[in-house]
Ligand binder design. Sequence first.
Ligand SMILES: [Zn+2]
Length: 257
Amino acid sequence: MSFSKELKDLIKQRTLSEFNLPNKRQRPSVCCRNSFENAAALFSGESVSYREQVCARCPVYFLRGAFVTAGYLADPKKRYHLEIRIPDEKCLEALKIALNGCGFTFKTATRGTKSIFYIKNSEDIEDFLTMCACQDKAMELMELKVERSVKNRINRVNNYDGANLQRTINFAGKLKDAIEFLKSNDAFERLPENLKNTAALRGRYPGASLSELCALSKEKLTKSGLNHRFQRIIEEADRLRAHLTAVCRDQSAKGDV
Ligand SMILES: [Zn+2]
């Protein structure tokens, strides 16, 4: 059985058992029972006339009757969507009265030639379920939301760590390329002494983190100081690369003449 069908059966069953409560004080009034039955008949398309909602509780039972007859709730694990299909103008007016009576903000849309009433807000859906004697289902929905938000938070943290790690790996690769490029073009030896020492340190401990390298260095370097030197090595390589490219371009241009 579908999620929605199961829920509607549950609401119907709980509502009917309210009508059969032995204690007269706890039992909803006859007008409420009439509202429930009237809504069920109206929304199933029977040609019955609308019976005025009498007491303050009538709208609650009218809505339950409309929902169990022409309603649908999507599985909240997939999406938040509750709707009631409205067969005709008479039902729409009656439904508006009931919804206002219960303080629901509602939206209507047309699907084909028919109108629907719908809610997409999870909190309103929780309220609707509570109104339908399904506090337990409303609670499940809240728990689901908490679970989902915790999962999202964990994912965000994981993604953040992943991005950081990727940046570190990219940077380490770039630095390694830069040093190799400088060496293969005999430019490495021309670097200032401190940059050469830093490159040598990196080469000796390829897997070490910035903090570890700072501790291993004989100079008193901070992480940002060390990082700055790495940046300078990469810049030196970039500059040399740009220079060599320009020289090549010049030569081939001359060759063309
Ligand atoms: Zn009533």
